[in-house]
Write a protein that binds this ligand. Structure first.
Ligand code: SIN
Length: 309
């Protein structure tokens, strides 16, 4: 049997297939089902210091088969209630809180809060594709200096994964800025900023108008971003891991990200309403490794990089 164990920022995981933030993660019970199914780790929905109600609906629409547009508006109960509800220390697999804030100070407070509650690693959401009152007026992940400042504020309290946007000219430069600010890892990509129009109503489909696109179409975009981030980090002399996200619906898709140099992957949209699918994707990755004769993830990680011009 292939050995899929992997280390991620000090955490030892049984396999590299993680739950992405914002999918099937609203209750501890669903997280427990995904842990039982064989997930490597679980990333929670985005948590802010104070509760956020989210946007008016519609917040989600299927714009092509399996392709979704969403603008939820980061609804969450706020840090205090989240910590009451979710156990960040126990559990079968690590639970990684995802944090969202409009200022570096608030990222620092959130990171201190989850570290105090036992989290060993947090993901910071620098890349919600439709911020309303975002710090600096941009997606934080579109500005290397803003991304670095937010990362440093959170990384002062615990190891952090900085979640990046595909909507940038040079994702490698943002990844390097996060590494130099003390990130333990970056994850790429968040959803792609997008829009759909209802031709009967002659208005945007979503209540917020703009949203983020997810589903299988994101796979080639995510692979490009991960490969570019991995290469930029290597060129700059950083060993920091990259986590691949976007369009994964099978073990084969997960293998593609690892071939591009990803340390681990996160899966979201393809889970649909089926939490157990996460463990099945991990098992499929193991099957792919056995068929190819790979005993460990290190044996094939980054193999696609040698083909770059
Ligand atoms: C949302 O809650 O609207 C999506 C958040 C995100 O994509 O970062």
């Amino acid at each position: 049997m292939a050995d899929m164990r992997v280390e991620l920022a000090g955490l030892k995981l049984a396999n590299p297939v993680l739950l992405a933030s914002g999918i099937l993660d609203s209750t501890p019970g669903i997280l427990a089902r995904m842990a039982d199914s064989g997930a490597g780790a679980l990333v929670t929905k985005s948590i802010s210091l104070e509760p956020r109600p989210g946007y008016a609906g519609p917040t989600v629409a299927e714009v092509a088969p399996g392709t979704w547009l969403n603008a939820m508006g980061l609804p969450n109960p706020g840090l205090a209630e989240f910590l009451d509800e979710f156990d960040l220390q126990g559990g079968l697999v690590p639970v990684i809180p995802n944090l969202v804030a409009d200022t570096p100070e608030d990222f620092g407070k959130l990171a201190a809060g989850v570290a105090g509650a036992g989290a060993k690693l947090a993901e910071i959401n620098l890349s919600c594709p439709h911020p309303r009152a975002g710090w600096s007026g941009l997606l934080t992940a579109q500005d290397p200096a803003a991304a670095a400042t937010a990362t440093a504020a959170a990384a002062a309290h615990l190891p952090v994964i900085a979640k990046l946007s595909p909507d940038v000219a040079d994702i490698g430069a943002i990844a390097v800025a996060c590494a130099e600010a003390g990130a333990a890892a970056v994850s790429a990509i968040n959803t792609m900023p997008a829009l759909d129009i209802d031709t009967e109503l002659e208005r945007p489909v979503l209540g917020n108008a703009f949203g983020g696109l997810s589903g299988p179409a994101l796979l080639p975009i995510g692979l490009r971003c991960v490969l570019k981030a991995v290469r930029a980090l290597r060129d700059a002399g950083h060993a920091m891991p990259v986590i691949g996200i976007g369009g994964i619906s099978s073990g084969d898709d997960a293998a593609k990200y690892i071939l591009c140099g990803a340390q681990a992957v996160q899966v979201g949209t393809s889970l649909g309403g089926n939490p157990e699918r996460l463990g099945e994707i991990a098992a499929e990755l193991g099957g792919w490794m056995e068929r190819k004769g790979y005993a460990t993830l290190d044996a094939f990680r980054g193999n696609a990089l040698e083909w770059l011009p």
